[in-house]
Design a protein around this ligand. Structure first.
Ligand code: COA
Length: 238
């Protein structure tokens, strides 16, 4: 572990503003289209970015506070105290997909064509979960390292923290990643078990509006891998 950095668990509401800063910086350089689906941004002007980030911070805080399975961890640089990386892990001690769920709707987008686009996109990104994650497991929902702190080992510290927890619980871990995140997970023993491609074919509708076509141009294709890290049998059963 690099002694320049400290890992700790997120406890305060204020941390979610920092988490939002880290996530947006990491997922906008380069742009990961899923960021735009998950967090509605009306336009790229500073005013709308401030509004979108405030909504992101509050939304992440509310989801975390209402979900007993959720734990956020952060890495701060010693000296400056700056948050450089963060991750959200979820422990599911039973199958979280036991009960059928209603199809998702991207209600965080304003009603209209944009919301329909976000819903169709989001649905494809999560549709594997009920059939692939239908068992007790840990789920790495997100991890992000600020671009200026990448390749210094902090993303790895966040993955190791969760994998240690998985080993203690004797559980598999699942996550999803684009080509940017995949090498980190593969480095820690995750393997790709599926690839989900959201593209013009999968998003095709009849008579798409100009707004729909513009979103297609900006956000497609989105390719993400589904990855699993099997439980460490040696640790789990000792
Ligand atoms: C993926 C991400 C979190 C990695 O964070 P990081 O702090 O740079 O990762 P680390 O420095 O701990 O990397 C540990 C190991 O993972 C592998 N790795 C990480 N990033 C890599 C990259 N871009 N290319 C190749 N290997 C990489 C390497 O083996 C690395 O060890 P090394 O540097 O000694 O070779 C960061 O690139 C990021 O935030 N990307 C944007 C958001 C994202 O895609 N998140 C993951 C999906 S939710």
């Amino acid at each position: 572990m690099d002694s320049k950095f400290k890992l700790s668990e997120v406890k305060s509401r204020e941390d979610f503003d920092e988490i939002t800063r880290v996530i947006w910086d990491a997922f906008e350089h380069p742009l990961n289209p899923f960021l735009r689906i998950m967090f509605y941004l009306k336009s790229d002007g500073p005013e709308h970015r401030t509004i979108a980030k405030a909504a992101c911070s509050q939304g992440l805080f509310e989801i975390h506070s209402g979900d007993a399975s959720s734990r956020w961890v952060k890495i701060n640089e010693l000296g400056t105290g700056k948050m450089t990386a963060c991750a959200n892990w979820n422990l599911h001690e039973t199958n979280p997909y036991e009960l059928p769920e209603d199809p998702p709707i991207a209600t965080w987008w304003p009603e209209g064509e944009g919301r329909n686009f976000a819903t169709k996109f989001y649905t494809q990104c999560v549709s594997h979960k009920p059939t692939m994650y239908n068992k007790p497991h840990l789920y790495l929902n997100i991890s992000a390292t600020m671009p200026t702190f990448q390749r210094k080992g902090v993303g790895g510290m966040l993955v190791e923290w969760g994998l240690k927890w998985a080993d203690e619980m004797g559980l598999e871990s699942f996550t999803e990643a684009t080509q940017v995140g995949k090498p980190l997970y593969e480095h820690y023993g995750f393997s790709v078990i599926d690839v989900i491609t959201v593209d013009k074919t999968s998003m095709a509708i009849e008579n798409p509006s100009e707004e729909w076509k513009e979103l297609e141009r900006r956000l497609l294709p989105n390719i993400q891998c589904v990855l699993v890290k099997h439980e460490d049998l040696e640790v789990a059963h000792n």
